[in-house]
Write a protein that binds this ligand. Structure first.
Ligand code: CA
Length: 164
């Protein structure tokens, strides 16, 4: 068979064993996977495992924080998350500050149509002698019910000088 499992059902009181030809691993006593259909009394065929990660996009409402006035500034990150299923998705975000200081994180609520939006508070500040400026990287991670993950990142800069 292609892309799935061959499993064998043994006499009463013996756990079901599932053989995955991709990994050559037998799993004893495992619960039957979703969409299992019985081919016969002694064997059944299971649906292929979900190995396709979700798709994720992320875009920040601001590419730059200016002026660098030392104020926490709201930045909205939005995008979409999709998966061909089955099962529910979960999503979360992290912020990586190149200064290692302002790094909020949290969970994301994904709407039924796959869209999402959340707001983080980022500090509009950089060191005066920092020619490269400060960068916040917001990373969105989505995970499907089978544990496949995908990420998308978007950056927000606090430049040293405006327009540089
Ligand atoms: Ca999937």
């Amino acid at each position: 068979m292609v892309g799935g499992y061959t499993a064998y059902y043994e006499p009463i009181a013996t756990p079901v064993e599932i053989y995955d030809p991709a990994t050559n691993v037998w799993t004893a006593g495992a619960p039957l996977p979703p969409n299992t259909t019985f081919d016969s009394v002694t064997a059944f065929t299971a649906a292929a495992a979900d190995t396709t990660p979700p798709t994720v996009s992320a875009q920040a409402s601001k590419a730059e924080l200016w002026p660098p006035n030392n104020k926490l500034t709201p930045v909205t990150v939005s995008g979409s998350i999709a998966d061909d299923g089955p099962g529910p998705l979960t999503a979360s975000y992290t912020v990586t500050d190149s200064y290692g200081q302002v790094q909020p994180s949290g969970t994301i609520t994904v709407n039924a149509n796959g869209s999402y939006a959340f707001t983080v508070q980022l500090m509009a500040a950089r060191k005066g002698n920092d020619k490269a400026g400060r960068t916040y990287t917001i990373t969105v991670t989505a995970k499907d019910a089978a544990g496949n993950t995908a990420t998308a990142s978007t950056g927000v800069r606090v430049p040293h000088s405006q327009g540089k």
